[in-house]
Each structure stands twice: as structure tokens, then as C-alpha cells.
Design a protein around this ligand. Structure first.
Ligand code: SF4
Length: 293
């Protein structure tokens, strides 16, 4: 982890982040945008008392449809020290959070390591990432993270170039997922809460169900039941996406239904789908009724 010639993510900007931000838009000292209990993660993460989220400012992806534009692109937030983050973690523990959830931590992985080396929470630690990660950097977090919550955004790199300005997203992300799984192994779930494991998130994009189907096939063939999958339908046009058809429209219900049916057809079992859709019996209402989000 070198912040003087920053190598924390595959962008490999090489800038000295003590004086200059790279593509992620922030210096090496931490900034956070929000701390609080969050109830809208997957039910085995949010539980009944909420996930203790810490949202970092800035982002190493450049998704044109980002729903958190102010935080990710404009680095909205406030400066905080490592000790300050530890105090926030202790606050979240006192509030009864089921876990500590670092959101968009990639460009602050040196801070995550420093925090968790000084203070290991009594509850599981979640690393909530776009998956545009370097394996070498993830290895430095080995033993500190309990739950990985990685996106798998695109199969086709034409799509990742167009929407996130990344020409190698799928290759990079799948190597990162393999490293995360190597560290974590199979899921451990107790009392409807994940204690250890990985949940791969995929946001279905308008007019891109073929890409989603390739992602579903990949997850089923590569991991099967050894991980969970969260198939998300809440795409909303934001930012530059509002001017780029077909990304200027929300996802159609028929598109989401198609990918849900495909997931069932190929036998994906450990899969969360969003609550407004009908839930097939293969979709784990093991947890709570049919309201999965
Ligand atoms: S963490 Fe930021 S500065 Fe460092 S390589 Fe990634 S985008 Fe560039």
C-alpha cells in the first residue's frame, strides 16, 4: 500500500496522495460522508437492528449512473482521523449494529487496515466494494474482514468502458472475488445474520439482460452455493446517464422478471431478489417471508 505513489487500486494513478488526489478524488487522509444504522442492505446484513455503515467520500469507479454522485464524484463529506473512525465504530456497536459496514473503502484500504489493526470490533466487519480492487491490496486485509459485499457490475467490457470508464472491469473484479472468497470461505449464518461469507451484488441495467444472464451463469458455474447473490432492480437514471439511452430510463419490470426466471432456471439458490417481484420458491425465503429487502 503506497500512498506516495498511489497503488491502492487498479487505476494505479501513481500520485502522491499526501498532496494530490488521484482518480478517486481524495487525498490519503480519510473523509467520510455518513455514519449510521442502515436497514436496507440484504436481510442477513441489516437484520432487525441495522448495519453499522461508514460511507467513505470519493470513489475509484466513475459510473455515470452513480446514485451517490455528491459523495463519490464530488467527495462530499468531512475529514476524520483513524481514532475518530474507531470512535464511530464504538458508537455503532453501542447502538446495537449487527456489523460494521465500510462502504466504498477501496481507495481508503490503508485506513481500513490501520483502523482494524488498532481496533477489531466485537461484531463482523463488512467490506462493501465495487470490486475494482487489486488482489495484492486485498491480501493486506486478510484476517481483518469477515464479510465481503462485492459488486459484479458488468460482464462485457464494452459496457464497463461506456458506463464506468474501465476497460478491464470483469477480469479485475473476478480475480478480486476469488481472493475475497479465498479469505472468507463458505458462508456462516446464525440467527438469520451473516457472520462470515460473501454476497455478490449485481444491479440489473436497462436493456442489458443478456449481460446479467452472463453474470448469473458465471456466479453459478464458478461459485454455486458457496456465495450469495443479490440481484438488484432499483436502477434509476442519474448524472450523465440521463442523457444516454437506454440508460436514461428505469429498468422495466419485464427485464427484471426475465433475469429472475433465468436465475431460477439455472438453479441459483442463495439469491436475494427485490421484494416487489414475485419470489420463486428457489429464492431462499429461508430468511424472512418474501420481503427480502
Ligand atoms: S486509490 Fe485513488 S489515487 Fe490511488 S490508484 Fe486508485 S484511484 Fe488512483
Amino acid at each position: 500500500m503506497n500512498i506516495l505513489k498511489c497503488d491502492l487500486c487498479p487505476n494505479m494513478c501513481g500520485v502522491n496522495r499526501t498532496i494530490q488526489p488521484g482518480l478517486c478524488g481524495v487525498l490519503a487522509d480519510p473523509r467520510i460522508a455518513r455514519v449510521g444504522l442502515h436497514y436496507y442492505e440484504e436481510p442477513i446484513i441489516s437484520g432487525t437492528k441495522g448495519s453499522g455503515t461508514i460511507f467513505f467520500s470519493g470513489c475509484n469507479m466513475q459510473c455515470i449512473f452513480c446514485q451517490n454522485y455528491d459523495v463519490s464524484w464530488r467527495a462530499k463529506g468531512y475529514p476524520i482521523s483513524v481514532e475518530g473512525i474507531i470512535d464511530k465504530i464504538k458508537d455503532l456497536e453501542r447502538l446495537g449494529a449487527h456489523n460494521i459496514n465500510f462502504v466504498t473503502p477501496t481507495h481508503y484500504s490503508h485506513i481500513v487496515k490501520a483502523v482494524l489493526t488498532k481496533y477489531k470490533p466485537s461484531i463482523p466487519v463488512v467490506y462493501n466494494t465495487s470490486s475494482y480492487e487489486r488482489v495484492e491490496i486485498l491480501k493486506e486485509l486478510d484476517g481483518l474482514i469477515d464479510i465481503y459485499l462485492p459488486d459484479l457490475k458488468y460482464f462485457n467490457n464494452d459496457l464497463s468502458i461506456k458506463l464506468s470508464n474501465k476497460k478491464d472491469y470483469f477480469e479485475v473484479a473476478t480475480k478480486a472475488l476469488d481472493e475475497m472468497y479465498r479469505q472468507i470461505g463458505e458462508p456462516i449464518i446464525e440467527n438469520n445474520l451473516m457472520k462470515k461469507g460473501m454476497i455478490i451484488r449485481h444491479l440489473v441495467l436497462p436493456n442489458q439482460t443478456d449481460d446479467t444472464i452472463k453474470i448469473l451463469n458465471y456466479v453459478q458455474n464458478h461459485f454455486g452455493d458457496k456465495v450469495w447473490l443479490s440481484l438488484m432492480s432499483q436502477y434509476t437514471p442519474e448524472g450523465d446517464a440521463k442523457n444516454q439511452p437506454p440508460f436514461d430510463k428505469p429498468l422495466k419490470k419485464i427485464e427484471y422478471t426475465r433475469v429472475v426466471q433465468w436465475a431460477k432456471r439455472i438453479g441459483l439458490k442463495n439469491c436475494f431478489i427485490q421484494s416487489h417481484e414475485s419470489v420463486g420458491e428457489c429464492f431462499i425465503p429461508k430468511f424472512e417471508g418474501d420481503t427480502l429487502y
